[in-house]
Design a protein around this ligand. Structure first.
Ligand code: GLU
Length: 508
């Protein structure tokens, strides 16, 4: 058995879309599961679409997510099959172009863009293929001498693959099963351009997969229509026995399932569809990333793993190791996966809850310092333990906990209207005094004493506790009120009670 070798082969044409990240992830999981190699190859033969910075963005995104590369761009050691950037492999491809030409599997075409344009205008649904190639300007129609002369004169040309019509080409897809397509519908694709001496995607992709000994091509569904052509290229090059197996992953769909997920869906619905923030160097356009939106990489990995793959059980939370252990292409679905952003948040929430309070507190301390609060670590850990379950993101923590650090400046008007009853100021004032005289300091002990005191006084427990919450928090939210008193300390609680009475009852 050949050693499993897979590759992620993005083109550096902009920020890596989240669908591309999922492709990288599935390749990685498959490689690890099968003790194989994960390669990163940059497919940059189309210089017109090259965007500076895009390659670094790809490498950084994968690194952030823990998708490690064994070989190629971004790997610790590049590996023995390099270079891994196609633009640096120019010298390699020519040989295979010549082989195809010599074997009559490809031909040289001189048709200019204008000539092609006029053919398209003349013949509806024009396709450069067996039916039309003999009416075109190419080495099949021009005398040999003429072709030679044109080449000597450095006339620009392309090389086209010569597809034999009328043949059923079968692609054995590991996800979709047998996909059969008749060669008559495939056009004579350009595989090489003299203008930059570079192959096009199709040839470079096949040559590199072969030379890099790739065993499985796992990529997005949008490449399925190209795969019969790739099968033919393997055949024409005499490599059919070494041809990798194909697996085409289902599309990522818009949240409503209607069409492919796009950047615009993210902008429109307010969620990221890219791993990291990116500013387009040409247009200045901003692309929002999961990292900057506050996501943990583990949550993004978990979320993406389940967009198109299922474990066959109810398990939803997976560490990377568990994913590696359970992943299989057989459980990747054929149909598109809806991008459910609420689910992404849910995962982040879960991962936040799973993180130890100490770790979350450590990150939160940095936010506190930025806001000008220097706080005791134990106190912050305690606060985190009280409010963590109300947060989806680290950035929600401040919103959920600010009243622990600063006394309320305002009181929620609706709550005041509903809860600040005429008897409250007097009862609260008494409660404040009583608090100061309490021996108890822990939430549990205080709860017991306060409740006993309230019932002894015959006060309304709910009303008084709501008013106390308003005084301490400024609104009716937060964890157990006794926990809040414990963290604030009795003195601070009493101060806040006094202030609330002054502000809300106009006493000073
Ligand atoms: N360069 C192609 C892309 O950008 C790779 C397709 C493939 O994996 O074969 O997606």
């Amino acid at each position: 058995m050949r050693r499993v070798r897979v590759r992620f082969a993005p083109s550096p044409t902009g920020p890596l879309h989240i669908g591309g990240v999922r492709t990288a992830l599935y390749n990685f999981l498959f490689a690890r599961k099968n003790n194989g190699d994960m390669l990163l190859r940059i497919e940059d033969t189309d210089s017109s679409r090259f965007v500076p910075g895009a390659e670094d963005y790809i490498v950084e995104s994968l690194k952030w997510l823990g998708i490690t590369i064994d070989e190629g761009i971004g790997a610790e050691k590049e590996g023995a099959f390099g270079p891994y950037r196609q633009s640096e492999r120019k010298h390699i491809y020519r040989k295979y172009v010549d082989q195809l030409l010599n074997d009559g599997k490809a031909y040289i075409a001189f048709d200019s863009p204008i000539e092609l344009e006029s053919k398209r205008a003349e013949i509806p649904n024009f396709q450069y293929d067996a039916q039309t190639r003999l009416s075109m300007n190419n080495s099949l129609t021009l005398p040999e001498e003429e072709v030679r002369k044109r080449l000597e004169n450095d006339e620009q040309y392309v090389v086209r693959i010569k597809i034999e019509p009328g043949e059923d080409i079968v692609v054995n897809d590991l996800i979709r099963g047998e996909v059969s397509i008749n060669s008559s519908v495939i056009d004579d694709k350009v595989i090489f351009k003299s203008v930059d001496e570079l192959p096009t995607y199709h040839l470079a992709n096949v040559v590199d997969d072969y030379l890099m000994q790739i065993t499985h091509v796992i990529r997005g569904e949008e490449w399925l229509p190209s795969s019969p052509l790739h099968v033919l290229l393997y055949r024409y090059l005499g490599w059919e026995n070494e041809m990798p197996q194909f697996a085409h992953l289902p599309l990522l769909l818009k949240p409503d399932g209607k069409g492919k997920l796009s950047k615009r869906d993210g902008d429109r619905l307010g969620f990221p569809v890219f791993p990291l923030n990116w500013k387009d160097p040409r247009t200045g356009e901003i692309y929002n990333g999961f990292r900057e939106a506050g996501y943990f990489p583990e949550a993004v990995v978990n979320f993406l793993a389940l967009l198109g793959w299922n474990p066959g059980t109810d398990q939803e939370i997976f560490s990377m190791d568990e994913l590696i252990e359970q992943f299989s292409l057989e459980r990747v679905s054929k149909s598109g996966a809806k991008f459910d952003y609420e689910k992404a948040k849910w995962f982040n929430h879960k991962y936040l809850q799973m993180k130890p309070d100490e770790e979350v507190a450590d990150i939160f301390q940095r936010i506190l310092i930025e806001k000008g609060f220097i706080e005791d670590t134990d106190k912050v850990i305690k606060i985190i333990s009280l409010i963590k379950d109300r947060a989806d993101f680290i950035t929600d923590l401040w919103e959920q906990s600010h009243y622990f650090f600063e006394a309320p400046e305002h009181y929620d008007a609706k709550a005041v209207q509903k809860r600040w009853k005429p008897e409250i100021p007097e009862q609260l004032e008494e409660l404040g005094k009583m608090l100061l005289s309490l021996e108890a300091a822990s939430a549990d002990e205080m709860e017991k004493s306060i409740k006993e005191w309230i019932s002894g006084k015959n006060y309304h427990l709910g009303n008084l506790m709501n008013a106390l919450r308003l005084a301490l928090v400024g609104e009716l939210k937060g964890p157990s009120i006794f926990e809040i008193v414990e963290v604030l300390g009795k003195e601070e609680a009493a101060r806040r009670i006094k202030k609330a009475i002054e502000v809300l009852s106009g006493e000073s």
